[in-house]
Design a protein around this ligand. Structure first.
Ligand code: ZN
Length: 313
């Protein structure tokens, strides 16, 4: 027989569980977890129910699940289990570690029907929450926020180092190309030998190559490399050598395009002499030094294709 003291304590605990369940206060969780350990079936049931109610107010899911799951799965009283299962359901994805146990309990012939039903509902809620979480982490277009399929995502990451859907990919691609072209194609500069180039740096290179009597081709087509517009280049057919003048290094897109183009050259085993906007004050010297260095480092294919040193000085 219970003492008056026990009855009073029980009443207080019972009342407290109800109060805290209505408090909308997530910091009440530790106290409710204490109540969940009391011997009174009724208090445990009320505490479990109260914890479930605090889920939507942000009660710490892992702590709540850690306290609820053993009660839901093992409490000696089926009603307490039922309420703990209902509460667990509200913590969704946090209960993932117990999904297997919930599935087992849902079909356990030794368990009460209403416990099995509650376990099944909890398992379903956990699965739905996991599914939702997976959908929430899906890649989205950084421009229009549409969901982006994995293949779209990898294509745009590769090209732009950003996530775009296919539609935005095409638009961004064109925008960039058009912008770069508009800026650059306005620059039409005629070198002394009549070649129309697109920057003063290129004019200096063209004129120096002509002065050195080196045959060259100047490619005035823009190259789009993985979505980036990169500048034209010089090609010296006699020596199978490309000369690149990287004139817009301060533009990030351009710089990325430059790195991509360099990589492609490298992969194709092409020899490239790179000159930069920063080289401009000494561009002629840099060009000659570069040609000489190319010659020293790796002899050209055959004797006929040797750059005549006399041409370089
Ligand atoms: Zn988009």
């Amino acid at each position: 027989m219970k003492s008056t003291m026990d009855i009073q304590q029980h009443q207080r605990a019972r009342q407290r569980a109800v109060e805290l369940g209505r408090s909308m206060d997530p910091t009440a969780l530790p106290e409710l977890i204490e109540l969940l350990r009391l011997p009174s079936t009724e208090v445990r049931r009320l505490a479990a129910s109260a914890i479930g109610k605090l889920a939507e107010f942000g009660a710490d899911p892992p702590a709540a699940v850690a306290a609820l799951a053993p009660v839901a799965l093992c409490d000696r009283h089926p009603q307490v289990r039922q309420y703990a299962l209902k509460a667990l359901k509200n913590f969704g994805a946090a209960a993932e570690p117990y999904l297997h146990d919930l599935d087992e309990l849902a079909v356990n012939p030794a368990a009460k029907d209403y416990v099995c039903v509650a376990a099944r509902a909890a398992a379903e809620a956990v699965r739905a929450a996991l599914q939702q979480a997976a959908e929430d982490t899906v890649e989205r277009c950084s421009r229009c926020h549409a969901t982006v399929a994995p293949d779209e995502c990898s294509r745009s990451r590769q090209a732009f180092h950003r996530t775009f859907c296919d539609r935005c990919f095409d638009e961004v691609f064109l925008q960039r190309r058009n912008w770069e072209m508009q800026v650059e194609l306005k620059k039409t500069i005629q070198a002394a030998d009549g070649t129309v180039v697109q920057s003063d740096g290129e004019r200096i290179i063209a004129e120096e190559l002509a002065r050195l009597d080196l045959e060259y081709r100047y490619d005035n087509r823009f190259r789009i490399i993985k979505g980036y517009a990169v500048r034209p280049d010089f090609y010296l057919p006699e020596f199978d050598l490309y000369i690149e003048y990287w004139g817009m290094e301060d533009n990030l897109d351009y710089r990325i395009g430059m790195l991509e183009k360099k990589k492609l050259y490298q992969q194709a085993g092409k020899r490239v002499l790179s000159l930069y906007a920063g080289d401009k004050p000494r561009l002629r010297e840099k060009l000659r030094e570069g040609l000489n260095r190319q010659k020293r480092q790796e002899p050209f294919g055959n004797a006929n294709q040797t750059i005549q040193t006399s041409k370089l000085h």
